[in-house]
Design a protein. Structure first.
Length: 263
């Protein structure tokens, strides 16, 4: 087994979380958890075998093993890892991930999340669940061997930068510079991954945020426009009509009347 299919639309049920120490009295463990997933973040070198599938273990590697899967661990002396035993829901979007991955730079953040989960498990299981759920999302979105899972890393970084800077000036060169690629390269990647230009994506996200503020807050239309980086009211009105199909005033009125557009 090299791949696992998981669904993360709903939070997991965390049954146990802790720090496992192995390889002290035996160099080999064989076991399975009939009803539970296993999430491990490793701090040692060894080998994980699942049937005919053999995975080297290195510090910073993370594994996600489905229920009722026999695992064999081979240790090289004292071996320590974070572990979580959990249940996942069967409904929602299916995500296929490698059973074993190198978390690389992300391993530090994963370790922080799992450390918080272990600390919270005894006194605040909901907090532990939140930390593990966040860790699972990060595991599911780690770049694959080809450098991408889901969106290309540069596209994902560009989207994150846009979300953080919607209220201020945003240009394609600004975004490209922030993620470390050329303007033209980002433009090509963005269109290939999202079907939109960077400019179109920025406008779409600004207007989605504006729609939320118009429907869910009492901010003035002028304040909403400024909050999404479109200080010119005429430009904001035009953008609303183009993206949301109505003027800001009409979007708000439709929401108040219970006729919110799903556009």
């Amino acid at each position: 087994m090299k791949l696992a299919t998981l669904r993360l639309d709903e939070p997991p049920t965390v049954v146990a979380a802790g720090i496992g120490i192995h390889g002290v009295s035996t160099a080999h463990d064989v076991f399975r958890l009939p009803d539970l997933w296993q999430l491990h973040l490793y701090h040692y070198e060894g080998v994980l075998s699942l049937g005919q599938s053999v995975h080297p273990i290195r510090p910073g590697h993370v594994s996600l093993v489905p229920p009722d899967t026999e695992v064999q661990f081979h240790y090289r002396g004292r071996s320590e890892h974070f572990y979580v035993h959990l249940r996942l829901h069967d409904s929602g979007t299916a995500r296929v991930v490698p059973v074993m991955q190198d978390a690389a730079a992300e391993s530090t953040r994963l370790a922080e999340l799992l450390r918080h989960a272990v600390a919270a498990m005894a006194t605040s299981p909901p907090r532990a669940t939140a930390e593990v759920w966040a860790a699972l999302w990060r595991v599911a979105e780690l770049p694959g061997d080809d450098g991408a899972r889901g969106h290309h890393p540069f596209v994902a970084a560009a989207q994150a930068y846009v979300e953080e800077h919607l209220a201020g000036p945003l240009s394609v060169p600004d975004v490209a510079r922030a993620v470390g690629v050329s303007h033209s390269h980002l433009t090509r990647l963005f269109r290939a991954e999202t079907g939109r230009t960077v400019v179109s994506y920025i406008r779409h996200r600004r207007l989605q945020r504006a729609r939320h503020l118009l429907l869910s807050s009492t901010l003035s239309i002028t304040a909403v426009a400024a909050a999404v980086g479109i200080a010119d009211l005429q430009a904001f009105n035009k953008a609303c009509r183009r993206e949301l199909g109505a003027s800001p005033r009409d979007v708000r009125a439709a929401g108040s009347a219970g006729h919110v557009s799903t556009r």
